[in-house]
Design a protein around this ligand. Structure first.
Ligand code: GTP
Ligand code: MG
Ligand code: ZN
Length: 351
């Protein structure tokens, strides 16, 4: 980040954060915003502060207690050690891929999110729904940004499909290289506002940020795209400053976005199915073969797409699996083991 003197309001500081600090705190502590998270250190900015501090986190700390990009921290004026993370206005997180499947923080204190996809084979309704669930859960306004409109025959076909996902959903099609084309996005990037960019690798997140900031500051993928399959051009999460005062948060494309703790986000994005389900005869209807199932009735009438029902089922199952604590999962397995033992006892008798 270019070294400049911002005041706290420039950085997105509001009464939501100032109300969390006591007068006593301010004698020894000072608020800073996390601009970028690197291995072992954090770039932070505050009033007359633009520096790098160690990101040492005490052991046994929950993942959510780690600083994420966008966080507001109170740091010690003398030692510069982080003392406290202020309560977040919003938080994006996912279940990291791989064996540990630990929680991974993506961004904090974001006001809106640009869900970026391209008008080509990257366009995928299920993936858009997944990001939408995350945004609604975080209470952040989503805007679907469809890039590479200049390369598509009928970019409006993609926009139409995206708009069908939710009533009132904001959808823009752009050529990410063209400043006039991306001008439609500047409304979300006003002073003190933070916009996160999310979407698969290669869709043009960094290109969009370069065009919006008017600088070719961030590396974007070179032209020979096919050679680069699966390689991420952006590797860190960092905030970039806009001339007009907003903050753009670039993130690396995520190959796997496992959702967790998003029950209410799911209900919002799929509220059509949820409200149908409330009219089913059985409150625990599985919407498969039960009589008087309002969901199956809507499918029969052609008002609900069966694929949408399947996508909802899949996300719901994933959400439940990922959100279950280890203790809950053990209890479930134990109960299952007990049930199996009792069934085999009834069947075969106690031998
Ligand atoms: N013609 C055209 N090319 C685009 C557009 N948007 C992005 N590109 C190109 O697509 C490639 C990938 O863009 P990037 O901005 O690096 O993609 P990214 O989303 O930041 O990718 P990661 O950092 O890997 O997550 C680059 O070669 C861009 O020039 C667009 O709207 N039109
Ligand atoms: Mg990038
Ligand atoms: Zn039903």
């Amino acid at each position: 980040m270019a070294s400049q003197n911002y005041d706290l309001a420039d950085l997105g500081w509001t009464s939501f954060f100032s109300s969390q600090i006591a007068v006593d705190d301010l004698s020894s502590l000072v608020p800073v915003r996390v601009m970028a998270v690197h291995r072992g250190h954090l770039s932070v900015a505050g009033a007359d502060i633009d520096t790098s501090i160690p990101s040492h986190v005490p052991e046994n700390q929950q993942e959510e207690d780690h600083p994420a990009v966008g966080d507001w921290l109170l740091i010690d004026k003398q030692t510069r050690r982080p003392q406290r993370i202020l309560t977040r206005l919003s938080l994006f997180k996912r279940r990291a891929p791989g064996t540990g499947r630990r929680l991974q923080l993506i961004a904090a204190n974001v006001d809106s999110v640009f869900i970026v996809s391209s008008c080509n084979q990257d366009f995928n309704i299920a993936r858009l729904e997944r990001y939408l669930v995350l945004a609604r859960e975080a209470g952040v306004t989503p805007v679907i940004v469809l890039t590479k409109a200049d390369l598509a025959e009928e970019p409006q076909d993609y926009a139409r499909q995206a708009r069908r996902l939710q009533p009132d959903l904001l959808v823009e099609t752009v050529n990410a290289h063209n400043p006039l084309s991306v001008a439609c996005l500047s409304g979300w990037c006003a002073k003190g506002q933070t916009v996160a960019f999310m979407g698969s690798s290669g869709v043009g997140k960094s290109t969009l940020i370069n065009t919006l900031t008017g600088a070719a500051a961030i590396a974007t993928r070179a032209i020979r795209e096919d050679d680069d399959k699966g390689r991420h051009t952006t590797t860190a999460r960092a905030l970039h400053r806009l001339e007009q005062g907003g903050w753009l948060l670039d993130t690396p494309g995520m190959r796997e976005l496992q959702i967790t703790d998003v029950a209410s986000g799911l209900e919002e994005v799929f509220d059509d199915i949820v409200s149908l389900a409330s009219a089913c005869r059985f409150s625990d209807c599985s919407h498969q073969t039960e009589p008087d199932c309002a969901v199956q009735a809507a499918i029969a009438e052609g008002t609900l797409d069966p694929n949408r029902l399947n996508r909802w089922r899949k996300l719901l199952a994933e959400e439940q699996y990922n959100s279950e604590s280890l203790a809950e999962r053990r209890a479930r397995y134990r109960a299952f083991g007990k049930m199996v033992r009792s069934v085999s006892r009834q069947k075969f008798g106690n031998r």
